[in-house]
Ligand binder design. Structure first.
Ligand code: IPM
Ligand code: MG
Length: 356
């Protein structure tokens, strides 16, 4: 099994290093895995003048899975858009057709006090957000900033979905629901936006193939509100690229920290990119205090979805629960009075728990 490792910028390299400790342990146990590192994002701009160099794209195309850290930093925010780190990630998602983005938000029992919401609101929470990842306003044309006839600058982006793009991710939503509590909530803004009226129509059509899954619909503004009012009403949420981006950040805080949420981005062939949902956190980069658990849990998702080793995925998840049970906390999930562990202490503890 070939794995491309794209650590990226900011805290990316620090947390990827911890995930690689876990991989190294499995390798030492005989897992046949080959990892190759490559540049992406800002570091790739620095080294090659391109946030997604051809060699990195080739490596990803030839791999069974991609372990991705995070990209971006304030020093790149003034570059032309084509050279920004974010564009590297978006192009990678698009080139590999990674349209199905799974973002599970699960509250570990040990962390139900770490959320800013009341423990009784979040305890036991287990939701899955299925976000469409290669369409919508992220990629729609026309786009850009131009000057109109009146001499005013006009910014344009286009929310656009064709029915096939909606259909294929809707199937992922229904199938995820089928493997869980069989409830799917499709989130749109059909009261205002035609693109999402089509979204709703197509999801309803697809639902005919899943009579065993209970389908509901919710407008995105209400969904944002319901996520903090009563998040446990949700099982699986399926939604478009933009709404999914926003709702998954919101959902992450239910779990205590954005530093806890992994994700899987998959194409129809099963190739996947696995990354934390958080960014490169330049404010804390280089200080050894970032939480590596979202990255380690992303590795678990890689075992589950791309490498078909659910057994290893489960071992990693149990080890993470184990270290939380032991009381290990990085700064983001520590509550008052708790001892704070560093990034590498947390990673080492997970490896030790896997060994035990
Ligand atoms: C995410 C991130 C990305 C996105 C950025 C870094 C381009 O916020 O994966 O949620 O908007 O999709
Ligand atoms: Mg985001």
């Amino acid at each position: 099994m070939k794995i491309a490792v794209l650590a990226g910028d900011g805290i990316g390299p620090e947390i990827v290093a911890e995930a690689l400790k876990v991989l190294a342990l499995f390798k030492s146990e005989g897992l046949d895995i080959e990892t190759t590192a490559a540049d992406v994002g800002g570091i790739a701009v620095d080294h090659h003048g391109d946030p997604l160099p051809e060699a990195t794209l080739k490596l990803c195309q030839m791999s069974d899975a991609i372990l991705f850290g995070s990209i971006g930093g304030p020093q790149y925010d003034t570059l032309p858009r084509e050279l920004r780190p974010e564009r590297g990630l978006l192009r990678l998602r698009k080139e590999l057709d990674l349209f199905a983005n799974l973002r599970p938000a699960r509250v570990f029992p040990q962390l139900s006090g770490a959320s800013t919401l009341k423990p009784e609101v979040v305890a036991g929470l287990d939701i899955m957000i299925v976000r469409e990842l290669t369409g919508d306003i992220y990629f729609g044309h026309p786009r850009g900033i131009a000057v109109n006839a009146a001499g005013l600058r006009v910014g344009t982006n286009t929310m656009v979905y064709d029915e096939e793009e909606i259909r294929r991710v809707a199937h992922w939503g229904f199938q995820a629901a089928r493997a869980r509590r069989r409830e799917l909530c499709s989130v749109d803004k059909m009261n205002v936006l035609e693109a999402t009226q089509l979204w709703r129509d197509v999801v309803v059509e697809v639902s005919a193939e899943y009579p065993d899954v209970k389908l509901t619909h919710m407008l995105v503004d209400n969904a944002a509100m319901q996520l903090v009012r009563n998040p446990k009403q949700f099982d699986v949420i399926v939604t478009g690229n933009l709404f999914g981006d926003i709702l998954s950040d919101e959902a992450s805080m239910l779990t205590g920290s954005i530093g806890m949420l992994p994700s899987a981005s998959l194409n129809a062939a099963g190739l996947g990119l696995f990354e934390p949902i958080h960014g490169s956190a330049p404010d804390i980069a280089g200080r050894g205090i970032a939480n590596p658990l979202a990255q380690i849990l992303s590795l678990a998702m890689m075992f589950q979805y791309s490498l078909r080793r659910a057994d290893l995925a489960q071992r990693v998840e149990r080890a993470v629960e184990g270290v939380l049970e032991q009381g290990l906390r990085t700064a983001d999930i520590a509550t008052k009075g708790e001892t704070v562990s560093s990034t590498s202490e947390m990673g080492d503890a997970v490896v030790a728990a896997l060994r035990a």
